[in-house]
Design a protein around this ligand. Structure first.
Ligand code: 26Y
Length: 825
């Protein structure tokens, strides 16, 4: 923890920062003092921060170099950073100064905060995890860097029009991105397409040569990531695709000016847009090119940095660790081999050993439809030399399998990196497993399922390769910054050590029953709910009372996450109120938030149904003070920062065995929401940590689900027959109760929920869910007991800090070590 600043120091920091802001206002933006507006002040502040960040970045780089430290490079096709300015201010411990300076200049920090757009360069969990990891690396002074793509358009913006989701482009750089540094001098030339010719060395040995390739230029943009305390700054290096001058000239010389411009446009398409998950068809050339572009640029940068140090290439894995965030950068296996074999001329076996010791792979999903497979034909066209290398990797690998399991043809077929039928495809997950020394899942349950369900054959061959790294979240953004009132309360009780050592929250346990502390916590929650209520009314027009229980489900819309289960429960509650006159034990506000992939019909229909049900319920006077349903549009990091601190109830209700981990579940519980959840993903570990009495469990277990599905034993009609509540909800759906103008609108859903092929077993879990929610609302009415549980959730969530996760990766996979500055040792 930095020592408290003495007054003179404080004054000088503040004076210097204010001077720098005004200097940028004048000299970077060309505005007079009188012309200062919140937006130009926000940019000036960002530029002033950048100056300071760059100083620390240079110092950090020198420190890592001087230590000769091994570095870790995190390769991820997505990063969901969220707003950066406020986070930098927090982590640099400049909050108070900035507040004071801005109020001197006549703006408030809240006013400015809302002006910054979220860089949404990711879809959801996987991208946000990458962003939390960078924060932890920097905070813990670990030599780690992120590599990604500088998309021009981030994830689409979601707007609601006529009761449906409509996607709009997210041109996130519209107001510039003042924190980033363009590094044109370090641009990378990326070869692509062409063909391989068989050449031979004079001694007769084979020398395949990649010829007639085209090229794209990758221009790096560095986003500085500052750790808490402001000492260490690591980099997120994002590559933007630009047309190569040389290539343009070549065609230009041939006299085809129009073609040269076409070529330019095509090259720049590569980093134009982030693909929303689900809508990726693995025939889409541009996506494959994106993945390759990321891999090539990153590995070129990494090898350049390594070679600059004049070390022997055999030392590569002693200085470089590369983590593959899912299979999207799995081409790294082939690219590293290409560099070692074709460029460095190493023998295959040695190159393979170096590649394997360098790479590690994280799996994030068990959904079969998310497993990447690229047609061989497409890869042949785009990456002919890489495909050749993949074939050679596979040939040697299958030889090894054959030695261990002689004559087992089916096993060979299953384990092959190439799928033979119906069309030849490259199985990216297999490539990643074969090429890496470590394969991890992201929660205890998920890592078991990775071994037993996803890669049983690989596990039999290499049991020691497989391990678990349960996900975590950064306490800086998700408590310190998102929930300042609770953070202050905690710091007043325990000091500030918890911000970098989250286990210290245990100190709150004895306060769970302390009436003064509990009252203060309850007051903070109510304040956060009032802020959210204000946001809700201003964005949706719906008035909600902060005295109701706030029940929130915020995550991508997906059938397996079962937003429908939640909605069915709400419908039942509504019918009980208006038809049976049953008043629930506490009024409740249900908030949904999340985007549906544009091509995912069912997910978009779920949004439409949420909106339709909401409209009916919110208008019905009989339910007025008891029940509200809100859909908060355009869910993103900055919206999560409003929802998470205001939740009483966190919905984590995926079918057991489908959610790899979840990280939203951690954010809510850390901020004192109580979870209603299944035994899925990290829920299991959260429940263990906070205590089963502080977690509302329901539903089938993974083995029960697996058993039911594998035996074909799920018969939704049995549940329909047995439970009038289920019939009531389904009848309301099929009768068009929520769509008066269009009674058949959701009939298909009724049919779907009753189909024996319904993979997520909504009806099997429904009654248990309803009972558990009833219990919750009853318990919520007892504020004292509820608040005690809420405090115990916060107190016991320390283990879900991404600092813990990163420390485990650093120790058990990467072998990297902190290099703190002198004054932070
Ligand atoms: C290739 C394409 C179809 C694709 C694109 C994005 C496939 C998957 C993804 C994203 C997956 C993802 O975000 N997975 C989530 O990762 C989180 C971090 O580990 C987990 O907490 C969460 O359970 C998992 O769904």
């Amino acid at each position: 923890m930095p020592p408290r600043l003495r007054h003179t120091q404080k004054d000088s920091t503040e004076k210097a920062l204010k001077g720098s802001i005004l200097d940028h206002l004048a000299h970077s933006l060309g505005k007079t003092y009188e012309e200062r507006a919140p937006r130009s002040l926000a940019t000036s502040l960002a530029l002033s921060l950048r100056d300071r960040l760059v100083d620390r970045m240079l110092e950090t780089r020198a420190r890592f170099r001087a230590a000769g430290a091994k570095r870790m490079y995190y390769l991820s096709i997505e990063y969901l950073l969220g707003r950066c300015i406020g986070n930098n201010v927090c982590n640099m411990r400049l909050d108070e100064h900035v507040d004071k300076i801005l109020s001197d200049l006549g703006v408030t920090i809240d006013e400015m905060r809302e002006l910054e757009r979220d860089p949404a360069l990711g879809n959801g969990g996987l991208g946000r995890l990458a962003a939390c990891f960078l924060d932890s690396l920097a905070t813990m002074h670990l030599p780690g860097y992120g590599y990604g793509i500088h998309y021009e358009y981030g994830l689409f913006k979601q707007v609601i029009e006529k009761g449906r989701q409509v996607e709009k482009p997210d041109y996130w750089m519209a107001d510039g991105m003042p924190l980033q540094l363009e590094r044109r001098d370090q641009a990378v030339l990326v070869p692509i397409y062409g063909r391989v010719e068989d050449h031979y060395f004079p001694d007769g040995s084979f020398l395949p040569t990649w010829v007639d390739w085209e090229d794209i230029v990758g221009v790096p943009y560095d986003v500085p990531i500052v750790g808490f305390g402001g000492k260490t700054v690591v980099l997120l290096r994002l590559f933007a695709a630009k047309a190569s001058e040389s290539f343009d000239m070549q065609i230009f010389d041939q006299g085809d000016y129009i073609k040269s411009i076409h070529q330019k446009v095509y090259s720049e398409l590569v980093s134009k847009i982030l693909y929303p998950s689900e809508s990726i068809s693995f025939g889409r050339e541009l996506r494959l090119v994106q993945e390759y572009f990321l891999v090539f640029c990153s590995i070129r940068d990494i090898t350049r940095r390594f070679l600059k140090q004049n070390r022997n290439i055999d030392e590569f894995p002693n200085y470089v660790a590369i983590q593959l965030n899912d299979t999207h950068p799995a081409l790294s296996v082939a690219e590293l081999m290409r560099v070692f074999v074709d460029e460095r001329r190493l023998p295959w076996e040695r190159a393979w050993e170096l590649t394997n010791r360098t790479l590690a792979f994280t799996n994030h999903t068990l959904m079969p439809e998310s497993l990447e497979m690229w047609p061989v034909e497409l890869m042949q066209k785009v990456l002919p030399r890489h495909l050749q290398i993949i074939y050679e990797i596979n040939r040697r690998f299958l030889q090894q399998v054959e030695l261990t399991f002689p004559g087992d043809v089916n096993r060979l077929r299953r384990m092959s990196v190439i799928e033979e039928t119906p069309v030849k495809q490259v199985r990216m997950a297999n490539l990643a497993v074969v090429g890496s020394h470590s394969v991890n899942g992201v929660s205890a349950l998920h890592s078991e399922l990775v071994k037993t369900r996803l890669f049983p054959d690989y596990h039999a061959l290499w049991p020691k390769k497989f391990n678990n790294k349960t996900n975590g979240i950064t306490p800086r953004r998700w408590l310190y910054k998102a929930n300042p009132s609770l953070a202050t309360l905690i710091s007043d009780a325990l000091g500030e050590g918890w911000v970098t050592d989250l286990d210290q929250l245990r100190g709150l346990e004895p306060l769970a029953d302390d009436p003064a502390f509990a009252d203060a916590v309850a007051k903070v929650k109510r304040g956060n709910k009032a802020l959210l209520a204000h946001y809700i009314v201003s964005t949706t027009g719906i008035t909600v009372s902060p005295d109701a229980a706030f029940d929130i489900q915020a995550k991508r819309i997906h059938e397996y996450k079962r937003q429908l289960l939640n909605l069915m429960g709400i419908i039942l509650q509504y019918l009980r109120i208006v038809e049976d006159g049953i008043v629930p034990p506490s009024p409740a506000v249900y908030v949904f938030a999340g985007k549906a992939a544009p091509g995912y019909f069912e997910a978009k229909e779920i949004i439409r149904l949420i909106l339709a049900v909401g409209q009916t319920i919110n208008r019905d006077k009989r339910a007025a003070d008891l029940l509200k349903v809100v859909f908060a549009a355009d869910y993103r990091v900055s919206v999560a920062e409003k929802l998470v601190p205001a939740a009483d109830i966190s919905e984590q209700i995926s079918t057991a065995g489908t959610e790899a981990s979840g990280t939203g579940n951690m954010k809510f519980s850390l901020n004192g929401a109580l979870t209603v959840g299944t035994l899925d993903g990290a829920n299991i570990e959260i429940r263990q940590a906070v205590g089963p009495e502080n977690f509302y469990l329901f539903g089938l277990t993974t083995p029960e689900v697996e058993d039911m599905l594998s035996r074909g034993a799920y018969n939704p009609w049995d549940y329909h027959a047995a439970h009038p509540e289920i019939r009531r909800v389904l009848d309301a759906l099929s009768a068009g109760r929520f769509t008066p103008g269009d009674p058949g609108a959701f009939h298909w859903l009724h049919d779907k929920l009753l189909s024996p092929n319904e993979r997520y077993l909504h009806l099997a879990d429904f009654m248990a869910y309803v009972r558990t929610k009833d219990d919750m609302l009853r318990d919520y009415a007892d504020t004292r007991a509820w608040t005690a549980k809420s405090i115990l959730n916060t107190a016991r969530m320390g283990v879900f800090s991404s600092d813990r996760t990163i420390a485990q990766y650093a120790r058990e996979i990467w072998d990297i070590h902190p290099v703190p500055p002198e004054d932070a040792k």
